[in-house]
Design a protein around this ligand. Structure first.
Ligand code: NAD
Length: 501
């Protein structure tokens, strides 16, 4: 990272060196809580930078793939220790560049630490199988092998956690990496790469290109030298990425949008459900892929729920995420503000009842940032656009339902399938929901957010393409199975033919 007297100028990281982009052009990284504050400048990288990064990763691959997995894992472990030491500083930088409140930014760094330690442990396992042969004096086994260069494309809303979900398993399996981090969170990506490098990752094993998606992300997907593409972001971009990757038969995992619902049944513990809905809907200003953007409430509790919920929502304190009292930070940028404002207008026109919020927050210092008052719509019908489309902001729709079956039908009637939740005291209802909610993640008596790194993460339908991040499931993205047969009989043995009959 180079520094000017005003704000740092970030660089790409290629072949073990921090480098200017070939174009010498840079973009601004501004604080969404006060857009007049320049957090830094970062490269506007293009295809030439992507090309250099891929070449460096390809060169490093020949050595890295032969480095024993436990040695690779030790480097990940050391990176985790470095992050522990710098957690507070990295979290503060994260809050400054993308707005999430400090407590959550610390959680984001913690998630990267957790992932590093989890994958470091996996370095001494990375288990394959041994299985009997149908023939005598023959051994059969499987082992995971890396693929080569992995292109990792990440969004801004989990600036260190998501790069860690992808880089840690990719590196552990023996691949080398080109990370293309999001435009709204370049500084956290630089911190992430610094930690791995200081931990001892050899030159070229991880490379970082910063810039716009079409200019330096798309070339990574198109280039035949990248054999893995792991993308997290919007469904629209993910679809393009998936088509291009499929054309070249690359390993490709896509983690995309959500329209997550919490169901609250009449017998739910109301206080617990209110706490969960508040956190699920307005944590990270509603800018989580797992954010609760629909609350489906059974009619017996509906009115009482809305009254109590709206009362709580109105008490949420907006502000700069660095301030201790802040509960809800800003939206990430002007475009997000426009999008959320547009959806509130759509909700009004569709006839939903606006209970609170609904407009940009401009009191005092908030007017310098992209703040939006936490918004609740009630009397929302499942067919309205605000109940079907991803808004990605502090807007939640409350939808009445007659009971569990109706609620599950409403919950499943969207194009996305990431996360869902149910509040109930009825064990039968809980298990039916666990079975029938068509999402990759289902919670009982907890909100739709709160994933842990050692379990699979991902969604069904337009949220994903069948792969999972995190947990051991993610290893299937970053490795391939190789099947090994050793015949020690000393003569030819023919499978399926020499059956002994
Ligand atoms: P985005 O799709 O705009 O961008 C994501 C990344 O893709 C960025 O790095 C961007 O520069 C890059 N990109 C853009 N166009 C590209 C192209 N043509 N080729 C290659 N790369 C390109 O998404 P965003 O606004 O950064 O993130 C918000 C979205 O991410 C939401 O839809 C949210 O639900 C989703 N998300 C999903 C998960 C999940 O795990 N399912 C997690 C977090 C966020």
């Amino acid at each position: 990272m180079a520094s000017t007297s005003t704000a740092p100028v970030l660089r790409n990281f290629i072949a073990g060196e921090w480098r200017e982009p070939v174009s010498r052009q840079h973009l601004d990284n501004r604080n969404p809580a006060d857009a007049s504050q320049l957090v830094g400048r970062f490269p506007a990288s293009g295809p030439e930078d992507a090309d250099l990064a891929i070449a460096a990763a390809q060169e490093a691959y020949s050595t890295w793939r032969l480095t024993p997995a436990p040695r690779r894992a030790e480097i990940l472990f050391r990176a985790g220790q470095i992050l522990i030491q710098r957690k507070d500083a990295f979290a503060a930088d994260m809050t400054r560049e993308m707005g999430k409140v400090l407590l959550e930014a610390r959680g984001d760094v913690q998630e990267a630490i957790d992932m590093l330690f989890f994958m470091a442990g996996e370095g001494r396992r990375l288990y394959g199988q041994t299985t009997p042969s149908e023939l005598p004096n023959k051994m059969c086994m499987t082992t995971r092998v890396p693929l080569g260069v992995a292109a990792l494309i990440t969004p801004w809303n989990f600036p260190m956690a998501i790069p860690s979900w992808k880089s840690a398993p990719a590196l552990l399996c023996g691949n080398t990496v080109v990370l293309k981090a999001a435009e709204d969170a370049p500084l956290s990506a630089v911190h992430w790469v610094e930690a791995l490098t200081e931990a001892g990752l050899p030159a070229g094993v991880i490379n970082l290109v910063l810039g716009r998606g079409e200019e330096c992300g798309a070339p990574l997907v198109r280039d035949p030298r990248t054999r893995i593409v792991s993308f997290t972001g919007s469904t629209a971009v993910g679809r393009e990425v998936g088509v291009e990757a499929a054309r070249q038969f690359k390993h490709c995992n896509l983690e995309m949008g959500g329209k997550n619902a919490i169901i609250v049944l009449d017998d739910a513990d109301l206080e617990m459900a209110l706490d969960g809905c508040l956190w699920g809907a307005f944590g990270t200003t509603g800018q989580r892929c797992t954010a609760t953007s629909r609350i489906i409430v059974q009619t017996g509790l509906y009115k009482k729920f809305i009254a109590a919920f709206v009362e709580r929502v109105k008490t949420l304190r907006l502000g700069n995420g660095l301030h201790a009292h802040t509960q809800v930070g800003p939206l990430v940028n002007e475009e997000a503000l426009q999008k959320v404002t547009g959806y509130v207008e759509i909700g009004r026109q569709e006839g939903a009842r606006l209970e609170c919020g609904g407009e940009r927050a401009i009191v005092d210092d908030l007017r310098h940032g992209y703040f939006f008052n936490p918004t609740v719509f009630s009397d929302v019908s499942p067919t309205m656009r605000i109940a079907r489309e991803e808004i990605f902001g502090p807007v939640v729709s409350v939808i009445p339902c007659s009971g569990l079956e109706d609620a599950i039908e409403i919950a499943n009637a969207v194009e996305y399938g990431l996360s869902s939740a149910l509040y109930t005291a009825n064990v039968n209802a809980a298990f039916r929901a666990l079975r029938d909610l068509d999402t990759g993640i289902v919670y009982v008596n907890a909100p739709t957010i709160g994933a842990e790194v050692h379990l699979p993460f991902g969604g069904t339908r337009n949220t994903g393409n069948g792969h999972r991040e995190s947990g051991l499931a993610t290893l299937d993205v970053y490795s391939e199975w190789k099947t090994l047969y050793v015949d020690y009989s000393g003569h030819l043995q023919r499978a399926q033919i020499d059956t002994g009959e």
